[in-house]
Design a protein around this ligand. Structure first.
Ligand code: C5P
Length: 321
C-alpha cells in the first residue's frame, strides 16, 4: 500500500447467514422489526488499514471477486467505520484501506457489514483505542443492522432491526452449507420493499391469500442445541425469500437443483440472491456442490462451514494466519 507511514493492521470478519429470518412490518424509521437467528460461516473479508502520509487523501482499494462492484468513496462501510472511530478519537490522519473480498458482493451474506466489522477491529488497534467487544458492537450498531453480529460471530438471536444480539448455544458439530452465488446482486432495501409490496397485494386479495410468515423462533433455538442436523433443517426459513424470488424467479431453479441433489434444506440467504443448501456432513455438501455446478444454475459454488468466531485481528506472523 502506497504512503503508509507506520505498520498497517489487518483484521478479518466472517459472512453471516440467517437460519431463521422473521420480518415484521416496517417501523416509523423505515426499518423492519426482525427476529432472526444469525450464524457465521468461514467466508472472510480481510481489511488492512494503515496511516497514509499527512496531506494525502484517504484511499480505499478493493480486490478479490466482485471488487469492481464495491464503492470506494465515503459510502464504503469500512471507510464509514474508520470515520466513526477517528472522529471519536479526535484523529484526522488520512488512512489507506485495502479490502480483500471473500464474501459475495450484494449477496445477502453481509459482505459490506463484515468489512465494517473488520475495519472497526483494525482501526481500534491502529489508533490504540482499546475498545471492548461490547464497545465495538455498540459502534457497529450505529453503522448497520448486521454489523454487530459480524463483530461477534458464532450463533446469535437478533432482534430489533437485527442489531440486538443474544448469543445462542449450539451443538459442537460443525454445519456444512453449500453457498451458490448468482450473477449480479440484489439491493437489500429493494428486497424489503418488495416484501412489503407482496404482503399488501396478497392481503388485498383477501381470504387465505396472506403471505405466510415465519412462526416462533423457539423450536429452532432448541434444535440448535441438539445434534440432529435434520431437525435443524426442518425449522429453517426466511421471510425475505418470497421477495427475492419475486425479483429473481430464476433462483427457483437453483434451489430445486440443490434439493434434488440431496440437500436437507435449500433457501435464499438473507435478501439474496445467494442460495444456501444445508447438508448433513462434509461429503454430502461436496456432492451437492458438484451437482449444482454441473447443472450450471449458479455463478460460483462453494462449501462453507460454521459457526466460526467473529471479527479478529490477523497478527502479522504468517504461521498464525
Ligand atoms: O442496516 P443496514 O444498513 O444493513 O440496512 C440496509 C437496508 O435494509 C435498510 O436501509 C432498510 O431498507 C433495510 N432493512 C430493513 N429492516 C431491517 C434491516 C434492514 O428494512 N431490520
Amino acid at each position: 500500500m502506497a504512503g503508509v507511514s507506520v505498520s498497517p493492521v489487518t483484521a478479518v470478519a466472517p459472512a453471516k447467514i440467517n437460519l431463521h429470518l422473521g420480518v415484521g412490518d416496517a417501523r416509523a424509521d423505515g426499518f423492519h422489526e426482525l427476529v432472526t437467528v444469525y450464524r457465521s460461516l468461514d467466508l472472510w473479508e480481510e481489511v488492512t488499514i494503515g496511516f497514509a502520509l499527512e496531506g494525502d487523501d484517504d484511499e480505499v482499494a478493493v480486490s478479490g471477486p466482485g471488487a469492481s462492484e464495491v464503492p470506494t468513496d465515503r459510502s464504503n462501510l469500512a471507510a464509514r467505520a474508520v470515520d466513526l472511530l477517528r472522529a471519536e478519537a479526535g484523529v484526522d490522519r488520512p488512512v489507506a484501506i485495502h479490502i480483500v473480498k471473500g464474501i459475495p458482493v450484494a449477496g445477502g451474506m453481509a459482505g459490506g457489514s463484515a468489512d465494517a466489522a473488520a475495519a472497526l477491529v483494525a482501526t481500534d488497534r491502529l489508533l490504540g483505542l482499546g475498545l471492548s467487544r461490547a464497545d465495538l458492537e455498540e459502534r457497529a450498531a450505529r453503522l448497520g443492522s448486521d454489523i454487530p453480529f459480524c463483530v461477534r460471530g458464532g450463533t446469535a438471536l437478533g432482534t430489533g432491526r437485527g442489531e440486538e444480539l443474544a448469543t445462542l448455544l449450539h451443538a459442537r458439530a460443525e454445519q456444512y452449507v453449500v453457498v451458490a452465488t448468482a450473477q449480479g446482486g440484489l439491493s437489500t432495501p429493494t428486497v424489503y420493499a418488495e416484501l412489503d409490496r407482496l404482503r399488501e397485494a396478497r392481503a388485498a386479495e383477501g381470504g387465505d391469500r396472506a403471505l405466510p410468515r415465519m412462526g416462533p423462533v423457539e423450536p429452532l433455538v432448541e434444535a440448535l442445541a441438539g445434534d440432529d442436523p435434520g431437525a435443524v433443517a426442518a425449522l429453517l426459513g426466511n421471510d425475505l425469500q418470497a421477495a427475492a424470488l419475486s425479483l429473481r424467479p430464476e433462483l427457483r431453479r437453483t434451489l430445486r437443483a440443490g434439493e434434488e441433489a440431496g440437500a436437507l434444506h435449500a433457501m435464499v440467504s438473507g435478501s439474496g440472491p445467494t442460495c444456501l443448501f444445508f447438508c448433513s456432513d462434509r461429503d454430502a455438501a461436496i456432492a451437492v456442490a458438484a451437482e449444482i455446478s454441473e447443472r450450471g444454475v449458479a455463478r460460483e459454488v462453494r462449501v462453507a462451514r460454521g459457526p466460526v468466531g467473529g471479527a479478529r485481528l490477523l497478527e502479522p506472523r504468517p504461521e498464525e494466519r
